[in-house]
Design a protein around this ligand. Structure first.
Ligand SMILES: [Zn+2]
Length: 342
């Protein structure tokens, strides 16, 4: 039997999970503190399936405290209510250090766009006026992020904008956290930059007799037809889940270049085989086997980039930060679970 509070968390998680503007693939996580236990989403599980699939793990707060005291990054496995053994979210400690009963962490496209703006820490003051909030510059998710958040606790923030990452909102119950989430989303809403339509014929010509095809979701072509968006996407990695699911930055096909030449140019730089190519001015092509997780992260990138206003340069993760994310054991575990679901 689960408590009414846990049932509310499951329902809230499913609502959040169904909104691609809030979470994509296995990203984002939610938690509830109840009688010394942190109920937290299992690593890699898709919030979108929270209503159908038992994905919350009871982690004793004392386990989290001893992990933190010992600077242990990885967690043991725990059993869901229905008996499945899973590892808790890589962001479990972040949930634990906040004093609120309910913590919601989303990779909202609006929040990511603000979090990757070079003027973000100053410009966000006005939309966030009246909230108790704090800006946390990018720090590797997990224990170091949790420790950094602990330093901010004297200011009693309910809203954390995580630089080059996403958003955390927290409340004393699910209703409060959900209302705050939607309030913050309204405050962060930005109009998308316009983009010319895709040149489908050019994309068909380019991909004929290859393992590539024009992107399935029509919307994403804007990433390549808007030249500024294309440059921003190719310029670097803006947030963790992009490189975790799709590799660093974005690969482009320049005018006159073949797919093979473009792939080789990207691989020389990043030592990673791309599954998405932005054909400059024409549209986006993907490998035919790009899975749902990859498609969701591609949509996310398009919606993030188009929300960065003209004249505002984006900020990117450093190469070593990207390398750390892509080689991170905890992330590999999370991706293996998330891919198995997609
Ligand atoms: Zn996150």
């Amino acid at each position: 039997m689960s408590s009414p509070a846990l049932q509310s968390l499951v329902a809230l998680s499913a609502r959040i999970g169904r909104d691609l503007n809030l979470v994509q693939a296995g990203g984002g996580n939610t938690s509830l503190k109840e009688n010394g236990t942190l109920w937290v989403k299992a690593s890699g599980k898709w919030l979108a399936r929270a209503a159908e699939e038992d994905m919350f793990l009871p982690v004793p707060m004392t386990d989290i405290a001893s992990n933190m005291a010992a600077s242990r990054e990885s967690f043991a496995e725990y059993r869901t209510r229905s008996g499945t053994v899973l590892r808790p979210s890589v962001e479990t400690t972040m949930h634990a250090v906040l004093p609120h009963r309910v913590v919601v962490h989303v990779h909202s496209v609006a929040a990511i766009a603000w979090s990757a703006r070079s003027d973000g820490p100053e410009s966000i003051r006005s939309p966030f006026d009246g909230l108790r909030w704090t800006w946390i510059s990018y720090i590797h998710p997990g224990l170091s992020l949790a420790r950094r958040i602990e330093e901010e606790l004297p200011g009693k923030p309910d809203v954390l904008l995580l630089g080059n990452h996403g958003l955390v909102v927290a409340g004393q119950d699910c209703d409060m956290a959900e209302r705050l989430l939607h309030d913050v989303e309204r405050r962060l809403a930005m109009n998308a930059q316009p983009a010319p339509p895709a040149d489908k014929q050019a994309l068909e010509r380019l991909t004929r007799r290859t393992q590539w095809s024009p992107a399935e979701d029509d919307e994403v072509h804007a990433l390549a037809t808007n030249i500024r968006s294309c440059k921003i996407a190719a310029g670097g990695t803006m947030y963790p889940d992009h490189c975790v699911y799709l590799g660093p930055a974005s690969a482009t096909v320049r005018a006159g270049e073949s797919i093979d030449q473009a792939v080789e140019r990207y691989m020389t730089r990043y030592n990673y085989r791309p599954s998405v190519l932005l054909v400059e001015g024409k549209g986006v092509i993907t490998t035919k086997d790009l899975n749902r997780a990859g498609r969701e992260l591609l949509l996310c990138l398009k919606r993030v980039v188009e929300r960065i206003p003209p004249g505002v340069p984006p900020t990117y993760l450093e190469d070593w930060q990207v390398a750390k994310l892509m080689n991170w054991d905890a992330e590999k575990y999370r991706i293996s679970i998330a891919q198995a679901q997609s």
